[in-house]
Design a protein around this ligand. Structure first.
Ligand SMILES: Cc1ncc(COP(=O)(O)O)c(C=O)c1O
Length: 388
C-alpha cells in the first residue's frame, strides 16, 4: 500500500468543530462563528483599487521572479524603517511570502535539518505544530508563566543546544498576550548564547493601541532575527495570501533558495495591492486597533455579566478564557455542545496545543452587538450545564 511520509497530524479539533458547525446550521440554528480568526473589517479601498488596476495591466500576467518582487520588498523595508527606524536591504534582508503561514513552514525547512529541535510555546498557533512536523523537527514545548510568556532560561541547556530556532509570536494567537522589549532583548540574548535563529511571527502588530516591539530592531537583531509580517490581520486581506519576511540575510537567503523550486511568488497585482496597503496612514490602522479594543472590552464586560471572568488583553482580536468552574465538560465538549445548542462557535483550547486544555478562544470577528448577544446565549448555556 502507498504510504506518505511525515503527513502532519492535527487539524482534528478544527475538523470536529467544522462538523459541529455544519450540523448546527443543518438543524436551522444561526451560527455565530467566533472560532476562526478571519477579520470582518473592510480592507483599505486603495489597496483593492490597486489590485483592480493591476488586473488590466498585462505587465502583471507573467511569472514573477525575485527581481519582480523588488518594488514590493522596497515598500516593505521602507515601511519597516518608518515603523521601527531600521533600514534593511530589500534584496538581501527581505522576501515576499504567500502569507506568514507559508513563510514560517518553509523557513523551518530551510534553516533546520530533520531531527533538530524547535523551541516553541506549549500554547501556539496550530500551524506551528504541523510546520515543525513537516520539517521533521522535534518541537520542545515551553510552558507559559502567569504573564503568558515562556521562561527561556528554564529550557534544559542540553535541549537548547540541539535547537536551531526559537519561535515566538507577540501579540499572541491565541492568548492575545504582549511581550515587552525587555523580553525580546532577553530572548535575543538567549538565542545568541545557544546560537539560535529567533523567528518572530508578527501578524498582529497593528491590533494594539500602543506600538509593539520588534526584536529585529534591537541591537544585534539583524544578525539573528527573522520576522514575519502579514496582510491578513492589519489590512483584512487574508484571502489574498500575502506577507513578507525581514531580517537575517543568511536565513532569508536559505528561505529564498528553498522556495525557488516551489513557488513563483505572489501575483504582482496582489503585491501592488500590498504596497498600497503599506502606504496607508498609521491613524487609519489605529482606528481598527480601537475597534478591536472596544470589542475586547465589550465581550469581557458581557461575559462578566454572565458570571464568567475573563482577563482583558491589551492587544489582538482574541480572548483566551479558562472554562468556568463547576462544569462537567472539557474544552472540546464545551465548544461542541455550545455550538450545537446555541449556534455560538468558539475554538477549544486544545487546538492550540497541550497547554490549551481547559481553555477556549474567542475570535472577536463580529460587531459588538452580536458579541453581546452571544455572551447572553453562552451565559444561559453555562447555567443549564451547571444544573445538570
Ligand atoms: C500567529 C499567526 N501566524 C500566522 C497566521 C497566518 O497568517 P497569514 O494569513 O499571513 O498566513 C495566523 C492566522 O491566524 C496567526 O494567528
Amino acid at each position: 500500500m502507498f504510504r506518505s511520509r511525515r503527513t502532519p497530524k492535527g487539524g482534528g479539533v478544527f475538523l470536529e468543530m467544522d462538523t459541529a458547525k455544519a450540523e448546527a446550521r443543518a438543524r436551522g440554528l444561526e451560527v455565530v462563528d467566533l472560532s476562526i480568526g478571519a477579520s470582518d473589517l473592510p480592507p483599505p479601498p486603495e489597496a483593492l483599487q490597486a489590485l483592480k488596476q493591476a488586473i488590466d495591466d498585462p505587465a502583471t500576467y507573467g511569472y514573477c521572479l525575485k527581481s519582480g518582487t523588488l518594488p514590493f520588498l522596497e515598500a516593505a523595508t521602507e515601511w519597516y524603517f518608518r515603523r521601527y527606524g531600521v533600514r534593511l536591504e530589500p534584496r538581501r534582508e527581505a522576501l515576499s511570502l504567500l502569507g506568514s503561514q507559508e513563510g514560517l513552514a518553509h523557513l523551518l525547512m530551510a534553516i533546520a535539518d530533520p531531527g533538530d529541535v524547535l523551541l516553541m510555546c506549549e500554547v501556539a498557533y496550530p500551524s506551528y505544530f504541523g510546520a515543525a512536523q513537516v520539517a521533521g523537527l522535534e518541537a520542545y514545548l515551553m510552558p507559559l508563566g502567569p504573564d503568558l510568556l515562556p521562561d527561556l532560561w528554564a529550557v534544559p541547556p542540553a535541549v537548547a543546544r540541539r535547537a536551531k530556532a526559537l519561535l515566538l509570536n507577540y501579540p499572541n494567537n491565541p492568548t492575545a498576550a504582549l511581550a515587552s522589549e525587555e523580553f525580546f532583548a532577553e530572548a535575543l540574548k538567549f538565542c545568541q548564547h545557544f546560537d539560535l535563529l529567533l523567528i518572530h511571527d508578527n501578524p498582529y502588530l497593528d491590533q494594539a493601541l500602543k506600538p509593539t516591539p520588534s526584536p529585529l530592531a534591537l541591537p544585534g537583531g539583524r544578525e539573528r532575527v527573522v520576522e514575519l509580517f502579514s496582510f491578513s490581520k492589519s489590512y483584512h486581506l487574508a484571502g489574498f495570501r500575502l506577507g513578507f519576511a525581514l531580517g537575517c540575510a543568511e536565513a532569508i537567503g536559505s528561505l529564498e533558495a528553498l522556495k525557488a523550486p516551489i513557488d513563483f511568488n505572489q501575483y504582482p497585482g496582489i503585491q501592488r495591492m500590498g504596497m498600497a496597503a503599506l502606504g496607508i496612514p498609521q491613524a487609519r490602522l489605529q482606528a481598527d486597533a480601537q475597534t478591536w479594543a472596544n470589542r475586547r472590552q465589550a465581550m469581557v464586560a458581557a461575559l462578566a455579566e454572565q458570571g464568567w471572568t475573563v482577563p482583558l488583553p491589551e492587544a489582538g482580536m482574541y480572548l483566551w478564557a479558562r472554562l468556568p468552574a463547576g462544569l462537567a465538560l472539557d474544552d472540546l465538549q464545551f465548544a461542541r455542545k455550545l455550538v450545537a445548542q446555541t449556534g455560538v462557535a468558539l475554538s477549544p483550547g486544545r487546538a492550540f496545543g497541550p497547554g490549551g486544555v481547559g481553555y477556549v478562544r474567542f475570535a472577536l470577528v463580529q460587531p459588538e452587538a452580536v458579541l453581546r448577544r452571544s455572551a447572553e446565549k453562552i451565559g444561559d448555556f453555562i447555567r443549564r450545564e451547571a444544573q445538570d
